[in-house]
Design a protein around this ligand. Structure first.
Ligand SMILES: *[C@@H]1O[C@H](CO)[C@@H](O)[C@H](O)[C@H]1NC(C)=O
Ligand SMILES: *[C@@H]1O[C@H](CO)[C@@H](O)[C@H](O)[C@H]1NC(C)=O
Ligand SMILES: *[C@@H]1O[C@H](CO)[C@@H](O)[C@H](O)[C@H]1NC(C)=O
Ligand SMILES: *[C@@H]1O[C@H](CO)[C@@H](O)[C@H](O)[C@H]1NC(C)=O
Ligand SMILES: *[C@@H]1O[C@H](CO)[C@@H](O)[C@H](O)[C@H]1NC(C)=O
Ligand SMILES: *[C@@H]1O[C@H](CO)[C@@H](O)[C@H](O)[C@H]1NC(C)=O
Ligand SMILES: *[C@@H]1O[C@H](CO)[C@@H](O)[C@H](O)[C@H]1NC(C)=O
Length: 440
C-alpha cells in the first residue's frame, strides 16, 4: 500500500513537473502504476484504479491528460467503475494492448456487477487505440442467466465521449451499453462473439440522444444495435452486421411502459446472414411512439427478415383486452434496399396493431431478391398504411398507396458513398400497380 502510494505520488509529481513546464499534454503509462509485485500478479485492477484517479482527479484543468496501454502489453482486470465527473474536461485513454477480464466467472470478484468496464458520469473522454478488450463471456453464457450477466463496456450518464478503433471480444451480455448519455460517437470498432452466444448484443442505446455509430463491424449472437426507450437523434452509418439479429428499435413498451424513440437514421449498412435487417419491435399493451425513422442504402446478403415491424412482439396468441394500447409507429422510411434474402419467411413483414396501426410507412426503391431463385419472396402486411414506389416484391396492405407516377423519372442516385444502379425497373411488377384504396 505504502509503496503504491509513493509511486502514485511520483507520477503526480512528474505530471505536475510537466504542467509547470507548460506542456499542454500529460502522458501517463499504465506501467507507471504497476509495481514489482504486480508485474507477476494476475490482477491489475489496482493499477487501473490508481491510473483513473490520476487521470480523472488530476490537476490538469484545461489540459489534456492521456493514459497509454502500449501494444503487446496484456493486463487482466476485474470489473471497474471509472467514475466522473473529472477535473479535466479532456481525458484520453489509448489502448493499443490487450485488457482481459478473468476467464472464470468466480474470479470476477462480484457476480452482481452490471458491467465490466463501467464509465459513469464522465464528460470529454476519448477512448481509442488499436487494442483488444476481451471480456471472456464464454464462462458466463452457459452458467449465468441473462438478467444476471454484465455488459462488457458501459457508458452511463456520460457526455462528449469518443470511442474509437478498439476490438471487443465475447461479452457476457451486450458488448456496449450507452445509457443516459449525450453527444457520444463510436467509430471504427469491431465487436465479435459467436453466432450461438446468447444475448450478446453489439450496442444497446437507451435514454440517450445525439449518438453516432460510424464505420464499424458487429458480428455477435443477438441484436447488432438495439435502440431502446428514451432515445432520439441517433445516426448509424456504414456499419456491417452479421451474424446477429439486425439493427433494431425496441423492444419498446414492455409491461405496459411508455417508450419513445425518434429521429433515427440508419444509412449505408450491410447485413450478412442476419436474422433481421431493419426491425422495429413493440410489446402489446405499451404506450409512447416510434417516429421519424430512416433506413437508407441497406445491402442484404442472405438476411431473413430484411424489413420487419412487429407490434405484437412476444404475442403469444391470447386475445388482447379491450382498450389495450400500443406503442404508435409512424413515419418510417425504407429507401434503397438491395441484395438477397432467404425466402423461408415473409421478406417484408408489417404486423401492426389493429387499433393504432402503423402510419406513413414509406418504401422506396426496395430491390431485394430471393437467394433461392425458385422460391419467390413474399410479404405480410396487417394494419399498416404504406406508400411505396419501386418495390421488387408485391405488398398488399389494408391501406396502400402506390405513388409511383406513370411518368416516373429514373430514380435518383442514393447518397454517397455506396451507389446503387440508377436504372429504374424497366417494367414494374404488375402487383405493384395497385390503385389507391386508402380508406383511412
Ligand atoms: C504494489 O504492491 C503492493 C504489494 O502487493 C500493493 O499493496 C500495492 O497496492 C501495489 N501498488 C500499486 C500502485 O499497484
Ligand atoms: C487517439 O486520440 C488522441 C487524443 O484525441 C489522438 O491524439 C490520437 O491520435 C488518437 N489515436 C488514434 C489511433 O486514433
Ligand atoms: C461533442 O463531443 C465532442 C467530442 O467527442 C466535442 O468535440 C464536441 O464539442 C461536443 N459537442 C458539444 C455540443 O458539446
Ligand atoms: C444525423 O444526420 C443528420 C442528417 O445527415 C444530421 O443533420 C444530424 O446532425 C446527425 N445527428 C447526429 C447525432 O449525428
Ligand atoms: C414473452 O413473455 C413471457 C411472459 O412475460 C416471458 O416469460 C417470455 O420470456 C417472453 N418471451 C420473449 C421472447 O421475450
Ligand atoms: C435489382 O437487383 C437485381 C439483382 O441484384 C439486379 O439484377 C437488377 O438489375 C436490380 N434492379 C434494379 C432496378 O436496380
Ligand atoms: C397501371 O394501371 C393503369 C390503369 O389500370 C394502366 O393504364 C397502366 O398501364 C399500368 N401501369 C403499369 C406499369 O402496369
Amino acid at each position: 500500500m505504502y509503496i503504491g502510494f509513493k509511486i502514485l505520488l511520483l507520477v503526480i509529481l512528474i505530471a505536475l513537473y510537466h504542467l509547470q513546464q507548460g506542456d499542454s499534454h500529460v502522458i501517463l503509462s499504465i506501467k507507471d502504476f504497476l509495481n514489482d509485485s504486480h508485474s507477476t500478479n494476475v490482477d491489475h485492477s489496482k493499477a487501473f484504479q490508481d491510473a483513473w484517479k490520476a487521470l480523472c482527479g488530476g490537476s490538469g484543468r484545461g489540459r489534456e491528460l492521456s493514459l497509454i496501454i502500449h501494444a503487446r502489453e496484456t493486463y487482466t482486470i476485474q470489473p471497474q467503475l471509472f467514475e466522473g465527473p473529472c477535473v479535466s474536461p479532456h481525458i484520453h485513454i489509448q489502448i493499443d494492448g490487450t485488457i482481459e477480464a478473468p476467464r472464470m466467472v468466480k474470479d470476477w470478484g462480484s457476480k452482481k456487477t452490471e458491467c465490466w468496464l463501467c464509465f459513469g458520469r464522465v464528460t470529454g473522454l476519448v477512448l481509442n487505440g488499436s487494442g483488444v478488450l476481451n471480456s471472456h463471456g464464454e464462462s458466463w453464457w452457459s452458467s449465468v442467466g441473462v438478467s444476471s450477466r454484465p455488459a462488457a463496456v458501459r457508458f452511463s450518464g456520460c457526455q462528449n465521449i469518443l470511442y474509437k478503433g478498439l476490438t471487443q471480444i465475447n461479452s457476457p451480455k451486450n458488448h456496449i451499453s450507452i445509457t443516459s448519455c449525450t453527444n457520444t460517437t463510436l467509430s471504427n470498432i469491431h465487436l465479435i462473439a459467436p453466432l450461438t452466444s446468447p444475448n450478446t448484443d453489439g450496442i444497446d442505446i437507451s435514454s440517450s440522444h445525439n449518438i453516432q455509430i460510424l464505420s464499424s463491424s458487429i458480428k455477435t449472437g443477438d441484436d447488432c444495435i438495439a435502440i431502446q426507450g428514451g432515445s432520439y437523434d441517433i445516426n448509424i452509418t456504414s456499419v456491417t452486421c452479421g451474424p446477429g439479429h439486425g439493427i433494431s428499435i425496441g423492444s419498446l413498451g414492455k409491461g405496459g411502459t411508455s417508450d419513445i424513440v425518434q429521429n433515427v437514421n440508419v444509412r449505408h449498412c450491410t447485413f450478412t446472414g442476419t436474422k433481421n435487417g431493419a426491425r422495429i419491435k413493440t410489446w402489446p399493451g405499451g404506450q409512447g411512439f416510434v417516429k421519424n425513422i430512416l433506413y437508407e442504402d441497406i445491402t442484404l446478403i442472405n438476411a431473413r427478415f430484411p424489413i420487419i415491424i412487429d407490434q405484437r412482439y412476444n404475442y403469444s396468441g391470447q386475445k388482447q383486452s379491450a382498450g389495450a394500447t400500443a406503442v404508435k409507429v409512424s413515419g418510417v422510411t425504407y429507401k434503397y434496399f438491395k441484395g438477397t434474402v432467404v425466402a423461408d419467411v415473409a421478406a417484408i413483414k408489417l404486423d401492426c396493431d389493429q387499433k393504432s396501426g402503423c402510419d406513413n410507412i414509406v418504401m422506396d426503391n426496395i430491390n431485394i431478391t430471393s437467394s433461392s431463385p425458385r422460391t419467390p419472396l413474399t410479404s405480410y402486411c396487417k394494419f399498416a398504411h404504406v406508400i411505396s414506389r419501386f418495390v421488387s416484391i408485391p405488398i398488399k396492405c389494408d391501406y396502400h398507396v402506390n405513388v409511383q407516377p406513370p411518368s416516373a423519372k429514373p430514380y435518383a442516385e442514393p447518397p454517397a458513398p455506396i451507389a446503387i444502379s440508377a436504372t429504374p425497373y424497366a417494367e414494374l411488377p404488375t402487383a405493384l400497380n395497385l390503385t389507391s384504396h386508402d380508406t383511412a
